[in-house]
Ligand binder design. Structure first.
Ligand SMILES: Cc1cc2nc3c(=O)[nH]c(=O)nc-3n(C[C@H](O)[C@H](O)[C@H](O)COP(=O)(O)OP(=O)(O)OC[C@H]3O[C@@H](n4cnc5c(N)ncnc54)[C@H](O)[C@@H]3O)c2cc1C
Length: 399
């Protein structure tokens, strides 16, 4: 059979683009090729099972290549994506930071409604890994044929959910350039001398990634200590900047655990504690502003004996405590890698794709959507926003 449109990859961007093609062109036959035993496996894992499917504040500057995403984002805004979701029957809610979730609070609802609509529209799903793709007069896809192809195979992140990087191999063989691929939105491994004892403890703060003296990036939010290093949303966001490092082993993370306070405020807090309770053991000095375990680690780093009473601490001790609290440094050793990362930094070189149609400039009739392109963003619904908006643009088949 010669299909009008073959979508390769049944993840978020593949399912949305298949639905949109069929809605735009009801007469066209549409097939989705998915290598796993079911479509949309990754969708179920997103947002800790809640699927943070969009962000109402998403703008071009939230992405690594603003000028490329600009057209798609202006045409398919978050607002318009919500209308798309509503058309499937999915009601959504958004929080104070613009993060959009299904009203049911369940990622399964998102996948169910996508599946119901593909069935409703008569979209065929073939569970088969695409291993051969070439263009002659038409596209040859394994033993199938199609007039147009939408590539939506994702990147290399979380390969257990299907995105094993095979889309890059297929496109590489067809002459596309694939930029450097690295795990992004991923936990960062560091020297563990101080973090080990803090496993499972969370703080809020600001992280700065530096290569020697050069700042590579800054993120704010929750930091979760782990026995291998740092996790939590602020860490995942910071991991995006590691790709900027010439030598990642020369990078350090500086954690400010009091970015909401001035140094003066922290110092006067410490002096007040000393005045009010001079016989209190140092162990408890920071208990009012940080988890106790973190306070203890700060003192350990400064070699202050935990059993010392705070009445014996000097102004110099307090200044050192403030410095450490605001600038706790961790030597970066790497990341947890693609198996744990949420997105892939790098992908199909954007210079080879028309940003107004998402059609390849090298192969007529080949469209690209979602993470397979060299586009990524931070946590908060921005990556699924791109998956959906780019899928809707590709589905116009306007090349
Ligand atoms: C744990 C986790 C949580 C996340 N949470 C969020 C979140 O809450 N909000 C957010 O915005 N983003 C989140 N992300 C990122 C987001 O899920 C991705 O950016 C998005 O799913 C990318 O969509 P995609 O369709 O381009 O690729 P994918 O979702 O990776 O889908 C690609 C599909 O193609 C199939 N495929 C690949 N190669 C082939 C082949 N050769 N033949 C046939 N089929 C193939 C795969 O099996 C897969 O089903 C999360 C990611 C992870 C891993």
């Amino acid at each position: 059979m010669l299909w009008d449109v073959a979508v390769i990859g049944g993840g978020m961007s593949g399912l949305v683009s298949a639905i949109e093609v069929k809605r735009n062109y009801p007469e066209k036959s549409v097939v989705v090729f998915e290598q796993l035993e079911k479509v949309g496996k990754k969708i179920l894992a997103t947002g800790n099972g809640r699927c943070n499917l969009d962000n109402m504040t998403a703008r071009e500057n939230d992405y690594n290549n603003p000028s490329f995403v600009s057209f798609a984002l202006n045409k398919f805004t978050s607002q318009s994506n919500l209308v798309f979701w509503e058309s499937l029957g999915l009601l959504t809610v958004s929080d104070s930071e613009g993060r959009v979730y299904p009203r049911s609070n369940s990622a399964a609802s998102v996948l169910d409604l996508l599946r119901f609509e593909t069935e409703n529209l008569g979209i065929e799903i073939i569970f088969e890994k695409v291993e051969k793709l070439k263009k002659e007069k038409v596209f040859l896809i394994n033993n199938h044929q199609a007039k147009n192809v939408i590539m939506s195979c994702g990147g290399c992140s979380s390969p257990s959910q299907g995105s094993d990087g095979s889309g890059f191999d297929l496109l590489g063989k067809m002459g596309h350039t694939i930029t450097k691929l690295s795990p992004s939105l991923v936990q960062i491994t560091t020297d563990t001398k101080f973090v080990k004892t803090l496993k499972g403890v969370r703080v809020k703060g600001r992280l700065t990634l530096k290569e020697k003296e050069k700042i590579l990036g800054i993120s704010e939010g929750e930091i979760l200590f782990a026995d291998y290093g740092l996790s939590g949303i602020a860490t995942m966001d910071l991991s995006r900047y590691l790709v900027k490092a010439k030598n990642p082993e020369n990078t350090k993370i500086y954690l400010d655990m009091a970015n909401d306070l001035t140094e003066k405020e922290i110092l006067s807090y410490l002096f007040a504690r000393q005045k009010n309770n001079p016989s209190l053991e140092c162990d408890n000095l920071l208990s009012g502003i940080l988890p106790k375990a973190v306070g203890k680690v700060i003192l350990k780093k400064l070699n202050i004996f935990p059993g010392e009473v705070i009445g014996n601490l000097t102004k110099n001790d307090f200044e050192n405590i403030v410095k450490t609290l605001r600038n706790f440094d961790f030597k970066v050793t790497g990341t947890k890698g693609f198996n744990f990362s949420q997105v892939t930094s790098g992908g199909v070189d954007l210079r080879e794709v028309d940003e107004k149609t998402l059609m390849s400039k090298k192969i007529n009739g080949l469209y690209l959507a979602g993470e397979i392109l060299d586009i990524d963003s931070r946590c908060g619904g921005f990556n699924l926003h791109w998956a959906v908006s780019s899928a809707r643009l590709a589905a116009e088949l306007k090349g």
